[in-house]
Design a protein around this ligand. Sequence first.
Ligand code: F6R
Length: 606
Amino acid sequence: MCGIIAYSGHRPVVPILLDGLKRLEYRGYDSAGVAYAHKGSLAVVKQAGKMHQLEEMLEGRQNGATSGIGHTRWATHGLPNRNNAHPHTDNGKGLALVHNGIIENHQTLKTWLEDRGHRFTSETDTEVLSHLISQGCLQKKEKFEALAWALDQVEGSYAIAVIFQDEPGVIWAARQSSPLLMGLGEGEMFLSSDIPAFLSATRDVVYLDDGELVRMEPGGWQVFDSGSRNPKAKEVSRIDWDIRAAEKGGYPHFMLKEIFEQPGVIQDCLKGRIDQDKAQVLLPEVEGLPVPERLRIVACGTSYHAGLWAKHLFEHWSDIDVEVDIASEFRYRKLRFRPNDMTLAITQSGETADTLAGLRMARESQVPVLGLCNVVGSSVARESDRVLYTQAGPEISVASTKAMCSQMTSLLLLALYWGRRRGTTDESLERTVVTHLRALPGVLEASLPGMQRTAQDLVQRYRESRHFFYLGRGLNASLALEGALKLKEISYIHAEGYAAGEMKHGPIALIDPAFPTFVVAPADDLAPKTLSNIKEVLARKGEVILLSSPSLKFFGTYRWDIPELVWPLSSFAVLPALQLFAYEMAVELGTDVDQPRNLAKSVTVE
Ligand code: F6R
């Protein structure tokens, strides 16, 4: 979703803003722009389309300006055109502003401002903010008071960065329910929606919290509580991952790199969480937290599929009742929480608005919340009672891959750990699973290149298909959903994921020779049941791509063998196979793999 970068320092600002914006491209956007103070006025350059278009417009403008703001916009209110692109200014061009979020009461504010002579030039909700701050300056004179007063009027979510024409070198910023953090360099300050935008310059960051207002300039910064107007002390955190983790490293796409990173991701996720001698799970992050009797999992998209997958593990090993909800549904349900309930919020970014709302709803009902997040210091991480980090490193491709692998690894550990605490798994089961889990990265590392070749062959065979079914049972039903999601989001091919047994209750009517079915059925207890569904498809002249393991003796139209692994570890081989098929199909069809149309990486609006 929208990305913000701001810089104030001693270096020319335009290349820094462009570099920062490029590193935020993964969030998804349809227009981009920058603003900087130059020769006593504000220059605003913005354009619909991709970054190279903005770059062309800025060519030859490498001027002396050393502070400014930049933005990538993912359209919510108003078309993705130049007028609606950020930055937005007030009528006198006394200030320029970029915004991520939604101003819910913008219509009321707009009418109020128009009555006071403000003329609007875009269809965005954001523009009310620039006029409101300008109105605040008229009424309050002091910039700090004007900003705080303007924010008092606003309902909704925002991360904003503002520059004033008469105050070059100073950046103002504020946050409410949208991510924003500062990067502290040597005589230079950064502000952004995400760390990669400035990581090449500094590793020292300050995470901003809701209701905070910031003033920064090259020599220093100050955070205030926007409501009380009082200064606040903030902690400086040190980022320990490398900028190379957010670069392609020789791969043609981030998505492929991230798929191939999965063996390492499992290893990193296990670090410090396995007692090597006893082959037992250690989870210091949840120690002392009562094991729930009922777990309500809340998540969106791929993270939701990880939750569906883990439900089986919590039921099998930990004897816990589990409900898994799509966060946008969960937040509007009328729920009755019980004393031993727990909510588990699964989210890669930790900023997904619906998941955050679900978490808050649970907390308001006094239900403990465990966050399973990848992004350190994210909103979900900070608002949860406890947080389990997936330790997957930055995920840049919009389509989530390694994050799901790390979520599955963490959830598996949690299910085993809670199983032991509740006495519902025996030691030998835990030892067996842990032993196989330790060997898993090596098995995957060895099989990924072959899987990619198989995916390429399969794509040649099915490149003309415009529809796919994905079927599976138990754990594999959630992987079928994920396989279908990956295919549709990056190759734009229609794909439906179904629980195999549901097929005959309607969808089977769609089967014909041009509608292939991907069946996820590695050899496990439920595989024989799935075989009968395969026969039903074949009997109707449908083609079946059977993704299975060698010990299952059956053949569809096309057989794809993944390594033989114990339940539930086979899922860790199924997952990259499905991801690679979607990836190779998208490459074959020439789509924008890392930034698929209409999608945003971190969905910070409802
Ligand atoms: C799919 C994808 C999305 C995310 C979803 C939740 O490839 O990336 O479906 O999984 O937007 O995002 P997080 O996990 O950041 O809450």
